[in-house]
Structures are given as structure tokens and as C-alpha cells.
Write a protein that binds this ligand. Structure first.
Ligand SMILES: NC(=O)c1ccc[n+]([C@@H]2O[C@H](COP(=O)([O-])OP(=O)(O)OC[C@H]3O[C@@H](n4cnc5c(N)ncnc54)[C@H](O)[C@@H]3O)[C@@H](O)[C@H]2O)c1
Length: 477
């Protein structure tokens, strides 16, 4: 490496590292001067993937679509299978990289990394993330943030101590449709009215334990070194106490995160019931069925939020629903599953009459205008209005996309390309943009921590069989 090249590398690293401080909110600015010399070279970000299983593979695929991302290393203990598969894929896409089984060795040897994507099992998130941050690297860590509060707490502390960026993988926070719903329907707008209740569920069918090709088994010593008792446990870690948190943590981390985000509050209590009724308790230590009720104190008043996990029935799939006294929003990561149901359209409606009388709501004309604006200008390609909608006018709304009359019961299937990216891409883009000093993280360590505290308490509440309270300090590090 000649002197010129060395200087270029040092400058690029310095730029990316000082950009981190900007991204972390210390000196955030959108002005070009704050972004340094943003030529193509300085925009490049060298990344390592730590954990190349199913989600590592998904994230890598999403990263391939983001300009300037170069994979330099892959670390995974399952060399004969996952590591090999991902490494082969990277080679095919011309990412020159090294492979490792131990993260310490990777951090020791790779001197030109900027960031690490951590997609290992939950109980490894904290040690992996802390080590990467301490090595001076930015980290994108998958949800669940950690399987313990202590683990998550250490991650927040390490991010603060090192000044590096830590994005937690609650990817709905960067999903354009969720951002849209938050900005236009919830935040400061009165479209849904006062939120009275929230519902969320992830109903699915889970088969038996995951297997593995017998000729690719890890030897006992390797399994033990990395905390697994057996190959079966290694493959099904999310169902084991001490390794994962079961489905309510796995899936709830995303949806309960949306509860907190959209309500602008952390819960004040939770009670929950859970059992393992569908799967074998010997191989599935965590509950396969969970029903939890959170209470929130929001600036609009108290809100009850129900969350459900089923592993034996997929009825209704997965979504989050915010029910206000003027309307309901149902939103899901599934692209075409977003709906708004106006509530107070009928002037004969008692609540409507009361609200109009008390002057706390807009009048019917303004309400219609709002709904039409929502539908025509913004929501047409994102939402469909349910058949049950009690206002005939809405049936005649013109669909600006196709220039046709939009019947109330029609699903609009075409989404704008920018709304239709792979689920994880916008969140990764946000992370890389923050490294470049052009954005603030949508789910920094502190926000991820609040979600972890809220979610991990559900398993505790099931065991305690009573309502558990949160104190505001519980959410702070
Ligand atoms: N954001 C989302 O929507 C989403 C979706 C799925 C999974 N996830 C999360 O991604 C993470 C990974 O889940 P997955 O489904 O890919 O699991 P997985 O078991 O398929 O993959 C985990 C990988 O990590 C490797 N690994 C295990 N311990 C390791 C260690 N100590 N060092 C290096 N490599 C190690 C394994 O060999 C495996 O390849 C989990 O935290 C999970 O909750 C998030």
C-alpha cells in the first residue's frame, strides 16, 4: 500500500468515524460541509457480517442493493453450511472477503472495517456488539436486542462509551409505510382521534424443530465453545431459555416496538398468559402461545394494548391495529395490508354528535375533506378502504394511480417502488446514511433498549401470573 493509498484510507476512516458523531446526534447537520468530501470513494463502507444464518442471508441480500457497501469479512461458526453458502454468494457478487469462525480473530485481523452487521442468536448479541463497538466499529444488531436486560444495557453503555453508532434492527422504524402512517395519521394529526386501544398479533403455524444436513454437523467441542449443548439446540436456539426469548420476544420486539413508537410512550404495566400447547416442551422451552395486555399512560390518556402470539393457527396473520374514536389504522409489514377505517363519519353517530357539540372535532365537511385528501393524495396506493365504510362518497374517489374510479372494496396492489423495497433495506440504508453523516438513526441503542425492556417483561409476567409494573427509570440507562 503506497503513502497516497494509506492517506486515502485514513481519511476515509476519519470521515466515517466523525460522521458517526454527527449521526449520533452530537453534531448532526444536513449541510454539505458537515458531510465532508462525499465523493464516491469516501461513501464506500466496509462491512463484516457476523452470523450468516437465515437473517444474515436476508440482510446481505438487502445490502447488495445499497450502493457503496462492500463486504470484507464473514464470521460464522457453521463453516460447513451457512458460512460456506454466504461466502459463495459474496464471491458471486465480487465482494472480496475473508472468512472467520471466531469474531475476536476477525476483529483482530480486519483493519479496514467500518461496520459490522450482527445476526447471530440473541444471547450472542450483547458480547458481539460490545466487542465490535470497542473495536471502533459501527454496529447494526438484529432484534431482539438481547435475551436479557443486562445484555441490552451493556450495549447501550458501550455505544455511549465508544461514540460509535448502534442501530437495533427494529426495521419497521424505517419502513416508508410505517413512517407514513406515523407522520400522517398519528403524530399531531387527528385523523384517528384519541387512541383507545391497540391490538397486535402474529399468528402462524410452527412445525417441529428445525433440522440440519447430517454431514454438516458441528463437532461437540465447537458447539460447547459457543454455548450450545447439541446440534438440535444450536438450530433451535430461539426456543431455549438462556439463548433466545421465544416467539413473543422474537416477533413481539418488532410489533411492541411499534406500539411504543406510535403511542409515543412506554408501557406502565403488563400482564400476560402463556403456555406451550402446540409444540413439544422438551424441544421448545419457551411459550408457543402468549397473550399479553399492556397499559400505557399517553398524553391523550390511558391506552390498553393487547398482543398475541399463536404457533398453531395463522388466522389473521400479523398486523398492528390502532383504534381511535375517529378511525382505525391497521398496518402490517405485509405490503398491501394497511387500511384506514373512518369511525365518525355518520353525523347520526352519538360520539360524533357529542364531539361536534363540544367543538373538539372538525365538522363533517372537513372530516370528509381529510378522508378524501388522505385517500386521493397520499393513501391511494398504500391503503384500501374497507367495504364496511359507511360513507358513499368514498366509493367515488378517483384513484390517481390508474385514473379510474376506485371501488371501496378494491385492494390497490401496486405500490410505488420506493415503498416496496425488501423489508430490511430502508433500515440498513438509514444505518449507512447515519455512518455517512446524512441521517440520524431511526432505532438507536436507547430506543432499542426501551423496546427490549417492554418485551422481555412479558415472559416474566407469564411466570409471575400477575400484573407487573414498569417505572419510568426502568427504560433508562
Ligand atoms: N429483523 C427481523 O425481521 C428478523 C428476522 C429473523 C431473524 N432475526 C434475528 O436475526 C438473528 C439471527 O436469526 P436467524 O434466524 O438468522 O438464526 P440462524 O440460527 O438461522 O442463524 C444464526 C447464525 O449465527 C451463527 N452463529 C451462532 N453462534 C455464533 C457465534 N458465537 N459466532 C458466530 N456465528 C454464530 C450460526 O452458525 C448461524 O449461521 C436473531 O437475533 C433473530 O432474532 C430478525
Amino acid at each position: 500500500m503506497d503513502g497516497q493509498e494509506t492517506r486515502e484510507k485514513i481519511n476515509r476512516r476519519n470521515f466515517l468515524h466523525s460522521a458517526a458523531a454527527a449521526g449520533a446526534g452530537l453534531a448532526f447537520s444536513r449541510s454539505p460541509s458537515a458531510q465532508g468530501n462525499c465523493g464516491k470513494k469516501t461513501d464506500d463502507i466496509n462491512v463484516a457480517l457476523l452470523g450468516a444464518g437465515s437473517q444474515g442471508h436476508v440482510l446481505l441480500n438487502a445490502c447488495r442493493r445499497i450502493p457503496g457497501i462492500r463486504f470484507k469479512a464473514v464470521c460464522d461458526i457453521w463453516t460447513a453450511f451457512n458460512q460456506k453458502r454466504v461466502s459463495r454468494m459474496l464471491k458471486a457478487y465480487h465482494h472480496e472477503h475473508n472468512t472467520y469462525t471466531d469474531y475476536r480473530e476477525m476483529l483482530d485481523r480486519e483493519k479496514d472495517l467500518d461496520a459490522v452487521i450482527v445476526a447471530t442468536p440473541d444471547f450472542w448479541h450483547s458480547p458481539h456488539t460490545v466487542a465490535c463497538l470497542e473495536a471502533g466499529l459501527h454496529v447494526y444488531c438484529e432484534t431482539a436486542m438481547s435475551n436479557t436486560i443486562e445484555g441490552a444495557w451493556k450495549m447501550v453503555k458501550a455505544a455511549r462509551r465508544t461514540g460509535k453508532l448502534l442501530q437495533i434492527g427494529c426495521q419497521r422504524r424505517s419502513n416508508p409505510r410505517y413512517l407514513y402512517c406515523y407522520d400522517k395519521l398519528l403524530k399531531g394529526r387527528k385523523v384517528l382521534g384519541r387512541i383507545a386501544a391497540v391490538l397486535g398479533q402474529w399468528n402462524r403455524v410452527v412445525g417441529g424443530p428445525m433440522g440440519w444436513p447430517r454431514n454438516a454437523s458441528l463437532d461437540r467441542a465447537t458447539l460447547e465453545r459457543y454455548g450450545y449443548e447439541s446440534m438440535a439446540q444450536f438450530r433451535n436456539w430461539r426456543w431455549y431459555r438462556g439463548l433466545g426469548g421465544g416467539p413473543v420476544v422474537d416477533l413481539g420486539s418488532h410489533q411492541i416496538d411499534v406500539f411504543n413508537w406510535f403511542l409515543g410512550a412506554n408501557p406502565s404495566s403488563v400482564m400476560a398468559s402463556g403456555n406451550t400447547s402446540h409444540l413439544d416442551k422438551k424441544t421448545h422451552q419457551w411459550y408457543d402461545t402468549v397473550m399479553a395486555v399492556y397499559e400505557y399512560e399517553t398524553d391523550q390518556g390511558p391506552v390498553s394494548a393487547y398482543y398475541q402470539i399463536l404457533s398453531s393457527n395463522r388466522d389473521g396473520g400479523y398486523f398492528e391495529k390502532f383504534m381511535g374514536d375517529r378511525g382505525t389504522l391497521e398496518v402490517s409489514e405485509v405490503a398491501n395490508r394497511a387500511m384506514v377505517f373512518p369511525e365518525l363519519i355518520n353525523p347520526g353517530n352519538k360520539v360524533w354528535a357529542r364531539c361536534v357539540k363540544e367543538g373538539c372535532l372538525v365538522g363533517p365537511d372537513e372530516m370528509m375533506k381529510m378522508i378524501e385528501e388522505l385517500t386521493v393524495e397520499q393513501v391511494a396506493r398504500l391503503f384500501f378502504v374497507a367495504e364496511s365504510l359507511p360513507i358513499p362518497q368514498i366509493h367515488n374517489v378517483r384513484n390517481p394511480v390508474k385514473g379510474t374510479i376506485w371501488p371501496a372494496n378494491r385492494r390497490v396492489l401496486t405500490l410505488p417502488v420506493e415503498m416496496n423495497k425488501p423489508y430490511h433495506q430502508p433500515h440498513l440504508e438509514n444505518f449507512f446514511d447515519a455512518i455517512r453523516g446524512r441521517a440520524q438513526l431511526n432505532c438507536p441503542a436507547e430506543v432499542g433498549y426501551e423496546t427490549a425492556v417492554a418485551v422481555l417483561k412479558v415472559n416474566e409476567a407469564v411466570a409471575a401470573a400477575r400484573k407487573l409494573s414498569f417505572e419510568p427509570e426502568d427504560f433508562k440507562v
